[in-house]
Design a protein around this ligand. Structure first.
Ligand SMILES: C[S@@+](CC[C@H](N)C(=O)[O-])C[C@H]1O[C@@H](n2cnc3c(N)ncnc32)[C@H](O)[C@@H]1O
Length: 288
């Protein structure tokens, strides 16, 4: 029989070569088995672990050792202070996407009852967070994947916002039937050319429909921009798009080719990399 401390040491050692954060992973996996928080786990370091619990822990460690992300093993991931259900049907929410949420909240601070579209909602982390942070907002959340929409709906229920998030299946802006104040999108932006430089865990376990967008990664952003018109975006409305760190200039060029006077602002993430592009003032020109 092992104590919690010994089990953690065993688990971290097993993950030494499979993870860059072996101790943290072992803690999260064991806390999940015991149904406690990580802090709760640390408070029990000297407790003896029941045989069944250790067996369950061994199973989770084996999955992690094979490369499966921790979030899929425990079925949850924290995003903007809330817990989101995740499984293999959706991309695991990333911390850098919180920047997009922050910019959306800042942009809409003075807009009462905003209508927001979240394109490629995946787990629903962006749409559900915006609905929870702005109780007067109405969201339309779209995805091409029915599986992703099922997960996103469950997250909307979980966070009590299902009555204000309208989930629609369809590609890009096609499901929008009325103009909104803000379009947010974290669409796939990895180039198929870059497949081999992705972390192996990502390419093996996360849905490819959530990752890749043509050879340069810009295929979906290009198509989305081509669909923007007054039929989907209100005057004074804006777009916030998450992008790859090297795509800022290319996206700015795409925008200016169509709307020469548009405002394009690149926002950097905590690592100092271009991560979100904010596009506004599109309709100052005649070609809207
Ligand atoms: C990078 S994931 C982002 C998921 C979630 N918004 C997030 O930030 O974690 C992209 C999502 O876009 C969806 N998607 C891919 N192609 C799409 C398209 N043409 N129209 C709408 N959604 C699409 C994928 O199914 C996936 O759920």
């Amino acid at each position: 029989m092992k104590t919690v401390r010994e089990a953690l040491q065993w688990g971290a050692a097993r993950l030494q070569h499979a993870s860059t954060t072996p101790r943290l992973d072992a803690e999260v996996l064991l806390a999940d088995v015991l149904g406690v928080s990580r802090a709760g786990l640390i408070a029990r370091l000297h407790d003896t672990l029941a045989r069944d619990a250790f067996k369950a822990f061994q199973g989770r460690i084996a999955r992690r050792e094979r490369g499966e992300p921790v979030a899929y093993i425990v079925g949850r991931k924290a995003f903007y202070g809330r817990d989101f259900l995740v499984d293999a049907r959706v991309l695991i929410p990333r911390p850098e996407t919180e920047l997009l949420v922050e910019r959306a909240l800042a942009r809409l601070a003075d807009v009462p009852a905003p209508r927001i579209a979240d394109i490629g909602t995946g787990s629903g982390c962006i749409a559900v967070t915006l609905a929870a942070e702005r109780p007067d907002a109405h969201l339309i959340a779209t995805d091409v994947s029915e599986g992703a929409l099922a997960v996103a709906r469950a997250n909307a229920e979980r966070h009590g916002v299902a009555d204000r998030v309208d989930f629609r299946r369809g590609s890009l802006l096609e499901p929008l039937d009325a103009p909104v104040h803000l379009i947010v999108a974290n669409l796939p932006y990895v180039g198929t050319d870059e497949m081999e430089i992705l972390a192996p865990d990502v390419a093996t376990y996360e849905p490819h429909v959530a990752l890749f967008a043509g050879p340069d990664g810009l295929a979906l952003i290009r198509d989305l921009l081509a669909q923007v018109s007054p039929a989907v975006l209100l005057p004074g409305g804006a777009l916030l798009l998450e992008i790859g760190y090297a795509q800022g200039e290319a996206v700015a060029r795409l925008v200016r080719e169509r709307w020469p006077h548009a405002q394009v602002v690149l926002h950097r993430d905590l690592a100092g990399l271009d991560r979100v592009v904010e596009i506004s003032d599109l309709w100052l020109t005649a070609e809207a």
